[in-house]
Write a protein that binds this ligand. Structure first.
Ligand SMILES: [Zn+2]
Length: 259
């Protein structure tokens, strides 16, 4: 039997929307997003919420939140992700490379984040505290901390995943373990690494395509930075009020002496 629209779980439909932006809740991360997908969510928050909001507003269900609440909620989270996008872009700048305006943009966006975070009634975790009060100081101190972040842990997962897929056709577990150990040893061997780099450089020299790609990448990066600054301005100019849950609203209304 074909299910009616209202019977389909909202969660699945939201996941479908995210899939359109190549964002998937990976099973191996316990349903959380991996680093790459989290970045995509931040980078495309505007477009993503332009999909989610109309979907939620069109959803028919007796127990659904008000249109007003859905709009407010989407506005808030769109802004939170856009702000986090600016923040992570600045935090990824490598040590020695950040300028005064980078630090100032970071501080501005952190101030926005704090306000938005409170408006969304999100909890103040130790990670948030570290981000709000320690990250900007560290960034000023080292003029960038992008090469000192725990992104490396994420990278190690990716490398391990690569070793695993390269040895996945070996039938015995021991054989796989040995092959993975060999790959790891090779990745630490300076001589092997030097040869790999050299052969990569040699293959690169054949064309100017890479140079053009690099140039294009630079242009795209400045365009993205420009867009990020624009959305930061927009968020600053339109502060979003605190999100009041349906329950809190009911509580407030029951206090009013109108019946
Ligand atoms: Zn502290």
């Amino acid at each position: 039997m074909k299910k009616k629209k209202a019977d389909r779980p909202v969660r699945t439909e939201i996941q479908n929307i995210l899939e359109k932006f190549c964002i998937s809740a990976a099973a191996y991360h316990g349903g959380d997003l991996n680093g790459v997908c989290a970045r995509r969510l931040m980078a495309h928050s505007e477009a993503i919420f332009s999909n989610i909001q109309p979907y939620l507003l069109a959803y028919e269900h007796d127990g659904r939140c008000s249109d007003e609440y859905i709009q407010h909620f989407c506005d808030l989270y769109r802004s939170i992700f856009a702000t986090l996008d600016v923040i992570t872009a600045k935090l990824r700048i490598k040590s020695g490379c950040a300028h005064e305006d980078d630090c100032m943009t970071l501080e501005r966006s952190l101030k926005n984040l704090q306000q938005l975070w409170n408006a969304a009634n999100l909890s103040h975790t130790p990670k948030l505290h570290a981000l709000l009060s320690h990250a900007p100081k560290q960034m000023r101190k080292f003029k960038g901390i992008g090469d000192l972040l725990e992104d490396d842990v994420e990278k190690m997962h990716q490398i391990a995943g690569n070793f695993e897929s390269r040895s996945s056709r070996l039938k015995s577990a021991t054989g796989r373990a040995v092959a993975q150990a060999k790959m790891e040893a090779m990745s630490h061997n300076n001589l092997v690494q030097k040869h790999m780099q050299l052969s990569q450089q040699l293959s690169k020299r054949k064309s100017d395509v890479d140079d053009i790609k690099k140039q294009k990448g630079k242009v795209l990066k400045t365009e993205r930075d420009q867009k990020r600054l624009e959305s930061l301005d927009k968020i600053e100019q339109n502060p979003i009020p605190k999100l009041i849950t349906a329950y809190e609203k009911l509580k407030d209304e029951s206090k009013k002496p109108n019946n």
